[in-house]
Design a protein. Sequence first.
Length: 322
Amino acid sequence: MFTPSGQHISAQGTGRYAPSPSGDLHLGNLRTALYAWLLARSTGRRFVLRIEDLDRVQEGSARRQLDDLASLGIDWDDEPLVQSKRTHAYDEAVRELRAKGLVYECFCTRREIQEAASAPHGAPGAYPGTCRQLTDEQRAEKALDRPAALRLRAEVSQWTVCDLFAGRYTDAVDDMVLVRNDGRAAYNLAVVVDDAHQGIDQVVRGDDLLSSTPRQSYLAHLLGLGDIEYAHVPLALNRDGKRLAKRDGAVTMARLRDAGLSCADIARLIAQSMPLRPVRTSTGPHLPETAQQMLEVFSPDAISHDPWTVLDPLMESSCAAC
Ligand code: GLU
């Protein structure tokens, strides 16, 4: 676990990386995966993977993502968990919440939700509870028009979590969607159920997900699941200050390797951004070239709290090589 100063002590839990197979991992994703692996392994934890394929999936990308992680020296315990094979577990969680009176059908369209949520007294972006009090007759009538999504009947309006970087962090909890109206489990439900199933007690991921964390933690609390310690790490940005994306040029392993970089070059580039200090080897000190070498010099205290602005990875790699 992390102490308040960010020092770590040995623990027997499990950390994870949970990519969505919607395309190749870019430098920012790879860096987050390395942080997750380093924070898990440096605290004596197991490390597992999860393929979050409930949304858009690109053919072959899960395999390429695993290969890219392995090529940096990231190793994992167990077979990666695949969310599309876990429907029974999400159904079971919904049954449990329903038995506690915490689930209701919602027939709102996206447009109706946007309009209601932008009303003067609504919390920004929060579902205003339109379908919360429908009578059985109203529900039956609406069900003739469109299939229902299932929402949580939240009993709090905010929740607080502890994060290694953000400290005590409080954000809104609303009647989040548990099951979408196409019958698929929503991300917030799947992530909570699967983290518990995989024995996760440490979640390291990009800080774009920090604002979803209180609602996930609240849902875990309702399901009686264990506490998780969070570390939301800064994202990689492009030269315009926007979240790095594949369209930003040579930022995936495949593109960088096509341009002549080795896996060691890419590892050094990421190590420099974290930043990590040089590792001593028989050939002299140099920036770490594998996950294992990163582990030798890794300390959570030294993680940069600022986003990584990726200008031109090909230029930067020649610098990281010096
Ligand atoms: N699948 C999500 C992503 O690739 C990460 C979810 C999580 O780590 O909880 O952005």
